[in-house]
Ligand binder design. Structure first.
Ligand code: OAD
Length: 238
């Protein structure tokens, strides 16, 4: 670990083309549970499995249940950025980091000061009417009760990508090209289980692929450097 940290620090100190790609594990140290760890959302007991609740079909058929789960589990108004979010924002300010590409919907990278954040799965901080596309404040959805309705009668929903829904093409293609051109790609806090996001790793062509994750991932053998640990703790040593 010591040696891996030293190597990573050397790489980072001498680069101005780092791209970070992360997932739910980046925010667990801010108090937001991830999905697939033993204490993650997918291992808790609900009336329906979270993968089902977070699908477009379920949203359409059972919006009341969807919003109960959503407000209870996906909104974290008191969460604050941790050392990983803050370090990434610092690297961007120093001209070292080109972008953060995230699967998270919590907005903590922006709260930490990051400007270039590509949100593959959207954000709980943007809401709109499905029918007329009118934009709503997040408080209208996140702090209300029941199913939030627009004056036109449509359902107001968060701008998050549910299962069965497509990812934004522009965000995907920009992510691909940033990763393709990156000197260092740091992947952190993601199980690399959910596609198409997890497939982005295949666009990297360099020789400094870094994986920082608590548990093993399917890409460990592909990486040039693997650190198993808490990402906030690791980043605070860089
Ligand atoms: P997962 O819950 O699948 O994976 C999180 C990973 O982070 C796990 O491998 C953990 O071991 C690791 N981890 C947890 N805490 C950590 C820490 N402090 N430091 C380092 N690693 C840590 O979450 P994602 O890979 O982000 O999609 O999941 C991808 C998508 O699945 C989510 O965006 C969400 C979900 O369904 C949608 O809702 C569309």
């Amino acid at each position: 670990m010591e040696q891996a940290l030293k190597t990573l620090k050397n790489w980072i100190d001498s680069s101005n083309n780092i791209v970070f790609f992360g997932g739910a594990g980046v925010s667990t140290e801010s108090g937001i549970p991830d999905f697939r760890s033993v204490d993650g959302l997918y291992h808790q007991k609900y009336k329906f499995p979270p993968e089902t609740i977070l699908s477009n079909t379920f949203f359409r058929r059972n919006p009341e249940e969807f919003y109960i789960f959503y407000r209870d589990k996906l909104i974290a108004p008191n969460a604050r950025p941790n050392a990983a979010h803050l370090k990434l924002a610092q690297w961007e300010q120093e001209g070292k980091l080109k972008a953060v590409i995230t699967q998270n919907i919590d907005g903590l990278h922006q709260m930490a000061g990051s400007r270039k954040v590509l949100e593959l799965h959207g954000s709980v901080h943007r809401c709109y009417c499905e029918r007329c596309r009118k934009i709503y404040l997040e408080s209208f959805v996140n702090e209300g009760t029941g199913v939030p309705r627009c004056s036109c009668g449509g359902i107001v929903r968060p701008d998050v990508v549910l299962y069965e829904e497509g990812l934004d093409n522009h965000i995907m293609s920009e992510s691909m090209s940033l990763i393709r051109d990156a000197e260092i790609l740091i992947i952190g806090g993601t199980s690399l289980n959910v596609y198409p996001a997890a497939g982005l790793i295949n666009y990297y062509r360099g020789n400094k692929l870094v994986l920082i994750n608590l548990s093993e991932t399917p890409a460990d053998s592909q990486a040039d450097l693997v650190i198993h640990g808490k990402i906030g703790e690791v980043f605070s040593q860089l």
